[in-house]
Design a protein around this ligand. Structure first.
Ligand code: E4P
Length: 220
């Protein structure tokens, strides 16, 4: 199971690479805007952190683009900036078509804004490198997500698609575990989500207790 960081903050990515054995990064227009830097500058800064590795950085095309020709043209420009880039495309008819065209060109795609197994199936049929079902958004809307992830993994395995299932918009440790138990390949979550998921109050309580026993015991 791979852990990606959903962020465009270079300091967060550096910390996750150094301390968490991070496997990759996903960005979106929200994260890019939050970085406070121009789009091209920040994606190149992130790419530099992964130069010479096989790890991927997902970068989204301009969300205003409506035709596959325009999406493919922008994807080609972005992919030329770094061999680590995987191009995020929306789960629209033009996005699906772009996946297939880009695959022919040797450019990897990440189908984003996926909210159903049917959308994921079409992405896999068209040759997506990653498919990104959004759990957090669905759960905020009162919808289940575990069944959807299980269905996507089952469909992928039934037909032998080589697409990796990337569970996105993950908001807590339970959703990370849901992705893992459902057999997804990758989780992407924000910095604070991982920090909280890796932590537990009993760990600190237990550490304090053990420190107290340690302090009351001679070493030799
Ligand atoms: C995934 O690739 C997306 O960038 C991300 O998870 C979208 O949701 P969020 O920004 O609301 O977390």
């Amino acid at each position: 199971m791979k852990f990606f960081l959903d962020s465009a903050h270079v300091h967060e990515i550096e910390h996750a690479l150094n301390m968490w054995n991070l496997d990759g990064v996903t960005t979106n227009p929200k994260h890019i805007q939050a970085s406070g830097k121009p789009f091209t500058k920040v994606i190149q800064e992130i790419a530099a952190l992964f130069a010479g590795t096989e790890k991927t950085v997902s970068v989204e095309v301009n969300p205003h683009l409506a035709t596959y020709e325009a999406m493919v043209a922008e994807a080609e420009k972005l992919a030329a900036l770094s061999p680590n880039f995987v191009i995020k495309l929306p789960a629209t008819e033009a996005g699906f078509k772009s996946i297939a065209v880009l695959k022919e060109m040797g450019i990897r795609s990440n189908l984003t804004l996926v909210f159903s197994a049917a959308q994921a199936l079409q992405a896999m049929r068209m040759g997506a490198f990653y498919v990104s079902p959004f759990t957090g958004w669905k759960e905020a809307n009162g919808e289940e997500t575990l069944d959807m992830i299980q269905d996507i993994v089952t469909i992928r395995d039934n037909f032998g698609f080589d697409t990796e299932v990337l569970v996105a918009a993950v908001r807590n440790g339970r959703q990370i575990v849901d992705g893992a138990t459902a057999g997804a390949d990758i989780i992407t979550a924000g910095f604070a989500v991982y920090q909280e998921a890796f932590d537990h109050p009993y760990t600190h309580l237990g550490l304090a207790r053990f420190q107290s026993f340690w302090d009351q015991t001679p070493y030799e």
